[in-house]
Design a protein around this ligand. Sequence first.
Ligand SMILES: CCCCCCCCCCCCC/C=C/C(=O)SCCNC(=O)CCNC(=O)[C@H](O)C(C)(C)COP(=O)(O)OP(=O)(O)OC[C@H]1O[C@@H](n2cnc3c(N)ncnc32)[C@H](O)[C@@H]1OP(=O)(O)O
Length: 242
Amino acid sequence: MASSEEDGTVEEKENNNKKRTKSALITAWLTFYNIAMTAGWLVLAITMMRFYIQKGTHKGLYRSIARTLKFFQTFALVEVGHCAVGIVRTSVIVTGVQVCSRIYMVWFITSSIRQIQNEESVILFLVVWTVTEITRYSYYTFNLLHHLPYFIKWARYNFFIVLYPLGVVGELLTIYAALPFVRRSGMYSMRLPNKYNVSFDYYYFLIIVMLSYIPLFPQLYLHMLRQRRRVLHGEVIVEKDD
Ligand SMILES: CCCCCCCCCCCCC/C=C/C(=O)SCCNC(=O)CCNC(=O)[C@H](O)C(C)(C)COP(=O)(O)OP(=O)(O)OC[C@H]1O[C@@H](n2cnc3c(N)ncnc32)[C@H](O)[C@@H]1OP(=O)(O)O
């Protein structure tokens, strides 16, 4: 009897130790990840500012940051993994839509179509993303370190009110600017007849992507407004399971 009680206690202690080690490893990984991402977006911000100050124009700016942008934006896929394995309390769907739409914007629109890289709309979404991400990742970092300055918390849950719609405007105008080039070049499209007997028109796909903002954006925006009420005003929000 005594020995089984002792076993129970030893087992409990071992389980608690394992849980503590796991939680410390997760915190260490998330802290590293968030610091790396804050640094990445800070590098992008500084590179963009330096480019503009030195050249006095936004033309050529996208090309100068394309590699770094592709790297850090694509690396954000890790975040979908964080949600999927449950190490952060965020919906896989919300994060997935957010991250994938950005990666799509970078790889399959802006980087693929050189003719649109100097559009003002590209600069608009780049500036908006950069401010958002520096704020968001520094919020997560300070939060994990239990030293969160109030202005970062405030910025994380207020900036998006203006930045989110501005980012969407920048993205939509960029896709719109891409349409004529996509139509003319027939890029990423498959015309019949072909050996797979499949037809795909990237031009119409882009129009569908633009239309998909109509149902998706309000949901993401409302999600952020609910997060804002929860974090800044302490409201208890019961969300549907995504
Ligand atoms: C084929 C392609 C098709 C494409 C189709 C396109 C349609 C797309 C339409 C929509 C378009 C959107 C485009 C995006 C544009 C922009 O980004 S514009 C820029 C402005 N944007 C914003 O300001 C919003 C940014 N988005 C978000 O913040 C997202 O909603 C989010 C990234 C998914 C985060 O939301 P959420 O996690 O729910 O909120 P949080 O409050 O931040 O986190 C909840 C809890 O989880 C913890 N946490 C999350 N991540 C981390 C982390 N990395 N490290 C540590 N902790 C993390 C966080 O601390 C919270 O914890 P608690 O406080 O304990 O609850």
